[in-house]
Ligand binder design. Structure first.
Ligand code: C5J
Length: 231
């Protein structure tokens, strides 16, 4: 068992039955010109999570921990986009419309893909999801089941939306989830703070929270290794 100093108490996991879940590190959220910015957000707040998440990704790969990536987005014909989701927000560009990185949140477009720094490698499934939660309308549960995964280490964006929804769903499905505070990001500093508080409140109501240094130390990785994000 590997033990991580976490809140509200130590998080223990068996690397062989653990997956690193990298949620929606897509250009559309992290870089200017995508879906996130079209909603009026400052994407630099999300970019901050990329460097720490890259160190964790590399360390988990080196430790033999299974890695799964997710991407939020829709079919090119938008047949899986509900009108409820399409109509949300007061954006100049909506999902499916064309911006500087292609059609927003549409599969196959440049903006929809994962940032270069965190690009998946062979053996790391990429789960395309039309919703906020990574279990909804995807084969994530089947993938984790085949690998006999019991614990999740979670990085991704955004903290209070897709990370929260996924971790809540994971908790209901019986997974123990550790969220890495500096490897998740929100466009709203207050939501970042409160979102993390909510996970670990009430004795860890649906998960644990630690920073990446705690995880890296637990798996014997060097927290100081360079892993800069693009400015
Ligand atoms: C949002 C996400 N915020 N990945 N998506 O719309 O959190």
């Amino acid at each position: 068992m590997t033990a991580v100093q976490a809140e509200p108490y130590e998080f223990t996991f068996e690397p062989a039955t653990t997956a690193l879940l990298m949620i929606d590190f897509q250009r559309d959220f992290v870089y200017p010109g995508g879906f996130g910015e079209s909603l009026g957000n400052d994407t630099s707040l999300l970019l901050r999570a990329v460097g720490p998440a890259r160190r964790v990704l590399e360390a988990c790969r080196a430790a033999g921990i299974f890695v799964v990536h997710t991407r939020e987005g829709h079919r090119a014909d938008l047949s899986d986009l509900t009108s409820a989701k399409f109509c949300r927000g007061d954006a100049p560009l909506r999902i499916g419309e064309t911006g500087p990185m292609g059609r927003l949140l549409v599969r196959g477009e440049h903006g929809h893909d994962i940032v270069d720094e965190l690009r998946p490698i062979a053996g790391e499934p990429v789960v395309d999801k039309p919703g906020k939660g990574a279990f909804y309308a995807t084969d994530l549960a089947a993938i984790l089941g085949v690998k006999k995964v019991e614990s999740l280490i979670v990085c991704g964006v955004t903290t209070e939306v897709c990370v929260h929804t996924t971790v809540r769903e994971a908790n209901d499905r019986g997974f123990d989830a550790l969220v890495l505070s500096d490897c998740v990001g929100s466009y709203f500093p207050e939501f970042q703070r409160v979102g993390l508080e909510m996970i670990k409140a009430q004795g860890g109501i649906f998960g644990w929270v630690a920073d990446s240094a705690a995880l890296l130390s637990a798996i014997g990785a060097d927290a100081g290794a360079p892993a800069a994000a693009k400015a």
